[in-house]
Design a protein around this ligand. Structure first.
Ligand code: IVH
Length: 665
């Protein structure tokens, strides 16, 4: 076995290499999840062997550094990182420690999305933006002032009277998912290197030598914390956030103030589920003590504050080897390539296949058999290959020029010009509202044209999701409304949140998309999150969907404004899945297995590994809590016990059937 000290050294060196790839080159070779796993492994070893722990280990300091291509900027107060937790239990034990420390179980916490972007510090002198800097190594960052000034969400002058003489605002620069997708498409058409994820795209765009390029990249910014401030005192994080809004910053609206872990836990579940609906990438949530006085009392380590913790979501990306590219002839005659991968675990499922959309995509990705690729699993869809992280192949993959069956040429499809498809465009808004609430759409009984007109006149409706935030007071003021009618309408609105995805698709008023097509689309793609990622080809592959409908659907779900409308509806509680076909949960999830006897094709270790990768667990003895007993040749007393306790017994063939369902998604 490798000597522990060497192993620790090797891990540190490996982490330093990945840090340079991530922060300096913007070309990571591994996913964030895999990087986190390396850090955790190092942390574990350093804890177990404190003799080898170093103060300058990557586990003890802020990772990243300021490159020499930009002028160095020393932060007035260091920019720290956050400690991570990966489960409710880990977050709960952080919470318990704080409660115990203050002997108070009624503390207020703010829980905010952890936007996956690039941290930046903005210094304002007397209310004017003077310097914008990256985090760098935490002490010194890079001067990116001119690039920061191109971001519309950042005010050049604070919109308040008597601004403090010195103010360091800290926040995250990020790019919307839909803009990221368009940027990558543009890059690959011009034969450039695609960005692995929105975070990389934001980082690359922010650290441009020419601010003109940054300006074209549609970057956004939201404030989450502060460094040094003079002549201004806040009592709470929530008060600080409100102040930022008054200063003219865009605020992250999806945050909550919670008084108990239970409340936080609920929000964690909601955000984990709704993560895919947001048009910006989040890699978790950040929990902070609201009181700044208590924050001060807790203070920070060299690396991270003790008053905050990140709750990280499972990674959507992983790296693996592409073993084979397979060409398949589809039902409608479309020939599609697909990738066979070396099995890799990804958000609780073992992945061994990925889509490649079409042959142009292979060319754009410059991918071939043998390469190490970054794969991503968004929503319920089959994972896709994001990019090649290490080229191992020498030749180019040659797509078949002709159909393998009839020999005719493969036809390429063209996209057409853009059109305004925003369902909240003012001129079309009234018409959209009336359609949205109508019987065949969201079916909100009592929400007729006159109600729509009156609410518009009273300026109560600015966007579709406002429907879900109307109150009794808003209705009781309308003509011919009494208590009963107002209450009934509120009930009908709440009821409409449960409509199936098909009704919602129809209600969104997508060009050419009627009731029938909405149903077909909902049944085929199951969740809204999945729809965001469906390519033109995949829409066209559905037999009832022709070119015009496919284009309309693809344009709509890719449009940033439409995505915002959906995001708001989702966060207002509107259902985004088709019943009966909702999220696939592996049959193994949370189930306990006992193995007995010898299997033909699998060793005991391999079978256990498969069960675990699908969310199940393996125990050694049969009890009432056992869900399945997997039996092979010469099964012994465990089989007898299982029969006695009436536990489901499966043989190798049944086991294979079960795993095949999950291995092939
Ligand atoms: S609070 C550490 N709040 O996550 C100082 N950070 O992994 C307090 N981040 O460098 C930071 N969203 O740039 C905070 N809502 C949020 C955040 C957030 C993203 C970033 C931040 C930090 C990194 C740590």
């Amino acid at each position: 076995m490798e000597n522990i000290q060497n192993l620790i050294k090797r891990l540190r060196k490996e982490l330093a290499r990945h840090n340079a790839l991530y922060y300096d080159k913007n070309e990571p070779e591994i996913s964030d999840g895999e990087y986190d796993a390396l850090v955790r492994e190092l942390e574990r070893l350093e804890q177990e062997y404190p003799l080898f722990a170093l103060s300058k280990s990557p586990t003890k300091k802020v990772s990243g550094y300021a490159s020499s291509s930009f002028k160095p900027i020393k932060h007035a107060v260091p920019m720290l990182s956050l400690d991570n937790t990966y489960s409710h239990a880990e977050a709960a034990s952080w919470y318990e420690r704080i409660v115990k420390k203050f002997n108070n179980s009624n503390l207020e916490f703010v829980i905010e999305p952890k936007v996956d972007g690039v941290s930046a510090s903005l210094t304002y002198l007397d209310g004017v933006l003077i310097v914008g800097a990256t985090r760098g190594d935490g002490e010194t960052g890079e001067d990116i002032t001119e690039n920061i000034k191109t971001i519309h969400d950042i005010p050049y002058k604070l919109k308040i009277e008597n601004p403090p003489s010195f103010f360091e605002f800290r926040g995250e620069v990020y790019i919307d998912k839909s803009d990221f997708k368009k940027l990558n498409e543009k890059i690959s058409y011009s034969d450039g290197q695609k960005f692995a994820n929105p975070r990389n795209a934001a980082s690359g765009s922010l650290r441009q030598k020419n601010p003109q390029i940054t300006a074209e990249r549609k970057l956004h910014f939201f404030v989450h914390s502060f460094g040094k401030i003079e002549e201004k005192y806040f009592k709470k994080q929530s008060e600080f956030l409100e102040y930022c809004q008054n200063c003219g910053f865009k605020l992250q609206s999806n945050f909550r103030i919670c008084n108990s872990f239970e409340e936080m836990s609920k929000f964690m579940d909601i955000m984990l589920e709704k993560r895919g609906l947001l048009n910006y990438e989040i890699d978790g949530l950040v929990i902070k003590i609201n009181s700044l006085k208590l924050q001060n009392e807790l203070g920070s380590t060299n690396k991270s504050p003790r008053w905050a913790v990140a709750f990280k979501f499972p990674s959507k990306q992983a790296t693996t080897k592409l073993i084979k590219i397979r060409s398949q002839l589809g039902r409608t005659g479309i020939i599609t390539p697909s990738a066979i991968l070396e099995s890799a675990p990804l958000s609780g499922v073992t992945i061994s296949h990925a889509t490649l959309h079409n042959f142009e995509e292979i060319e754009r990705l410059n991918v071939n058999e043998g390469d190490i690729v970054l794969i991503e699993r968004a929503g319920d869809v089959i994972p896709k290959i994001v990019k090649v992280v290490r080229k191992e192949s020498e030749s180019f993959f040659k797509p078949p020029k002709n159909c393998p069956s009839c020999g005719s040429e493969v036809v390429k499809e063209k996209e057409v010009a853009y059109r305004c498809i925003n369902p909240e465009c003012p001129a079309q808004f009234r018409r959209h509202l009336i359609h949205f609430v109508s019987r065949n759409a969201m079916d909100i009984d009592g929400f007729g044209e006159s109600v729509v007109d009156q609410l518009l006149e009273k300026k109560k409706l600015h966007k579709l999701s406002d429907i879900y935030h109307l109150s009794y007071d808003d209705f009781i003021k309308l003509e011919l409304f009494k208590a009963k009618k107002a209450n009934n309408l509120i009930k009908a609105i709440a009821e409409s949140k449960k409509r199936p995805l098909s009704k919602l698709i129809f209600a969104l008023g997508i060009r050419h998309i009627g009731e029938k097509v909405s149903e077909i689309v909902a049944k085929r793609f199951k969740t809204m999150e999945a729809l965001f990622d469906v390519s033109l080809e995949d829409f066209s592959k559905v037999s009832e969907i022709g070119e015009v409908l496919a284009l309309s659907l693809r344009e709509f779900f890719e449009n940033a404004t439409a995505r915002h409308v959906i995001e708001d509806l989702g966060l207002s509680g509107v259902n985004m899945t088709e019943p009966g076909t909702s999220k696939k949960v592996s049959q193994f999830e949370g189930r306990s297995f006992v193995l007995t006897g010898e299997l033909e094709k699998y060793s005991r270790e391999k079978a256990s590994e498969i069960i675990k990768s699908l969310g199940g667990k393996v125990t050694s003895s049969v009890s009432k809590k056992t869900d399945y007993v997997l039996t092979g040749e010469n099964a012994g007393s465990k089989l007898e016990k299982a029969k006695e306790l009436d536990i489901k017994i499966i043989d190798e063939a049944e086991f294979e059937k079960l795993i095949n369902i999950w291995y092939k998604i």
